[in-house]
Each structure stands twice: as C-alpha cells, then as structure tokens.
Design a protein around this ligand. Structure first.
Ligand SMILES: [Zn+2]
Length: 127
C-alpha cells in the first residue's frame, strides 16, 4: 500500500517536535489530491492509553487532519518517544455513505481554508 513507507517512518523514529504537523500535512495533501484517503485515525500506543482515556478520545474515531488529536498527547508518559501514530483511513475501509460524508466534510474544510487564505491575502494587501 502506498502509505506503508509512511507507517514505517512513523514507527522507527523518535517523534520530531513537528511530527503531528508533518504527518497531518501529508494526509491532508493525500486527501486533497482526490485519492482514496478519507481521514485519519489515531492508533494510541500503550504510552498514551491512560492519557487518551482521560481525554475521552473515542477508539477508532475518524478525524479530518485539521481536527485530529495532536501527537504525542500532552500527558503521554514517553513524551517524544511516544508510540502513538496516525493512520490513514481509506475509502474502502468504511461504508460508501461514510466515505461520502467524510469527503464532503473535507471539501468544506478545504473551502474554509481557501477562504481564510484569500482573506489573509486581501488583508495584507490593504495594510
Ligand atoms: Zn504516547
């Protein structure tokens, strides 16, 4: 699968301070290019199980990259050696209805992002 290299990469390395940012950006790009990725899931390592439970993260929940919990969780007992990883959720893993719903949500997010960018450009021009 195309994302295997990314999975291995995640597991083998200590988390850089920008791990979450980089991984989520990669998934965001994947989603934007119209591929079969429809969201991300967090696979909590043993280091984060308690922290995740106290934050009431739902097991197996699917997030848009913009909404995903930041890894490592603040209360992870391993800190930057956290073993939790993001996993892509592919369209074929969920029902067609769920996939359509996730894609629609992603498109809304994308539209919001573009609108915010346009506004930012306008504001900087006017200042
Ligand atoms: Zn952890």
């Amino acid at each position: 699968m195309a994302f295997n290299w990314l999975d291995n990469f995640h597991h083998d390395m200590e988390k850089a301070p920008n791990y979450a940012e980089k991984a989520l950006a990669a998934y965001r790009l994947g989603m934007r290019s119209g591929g079969s990725i429809v969201g991300v899931r967090v696979e909590f390592g043993p280091c984060c199980v308690e922290a995740a439970a106290s934050l009431q993260y739902e097991k197996g929940a699917i997030y848009h990259p913009d909404d995903a919990p930041q890894l490592p969780l603040a209360d992870c007992r391993l800190g930057e050696r956290c073993q939790s990883v993001y996993r892509p959720v592919m369209a074929y893993e969920v029902s067609p209805e769920k996939a359509a719903q996730l894609k629609a949500h992603a498109q809304e997010r994308e539209a919001e992002r573009k609108a915010a960018l346009r506004k930012k450009r306008r504001d900087s021009k006017n200042s």
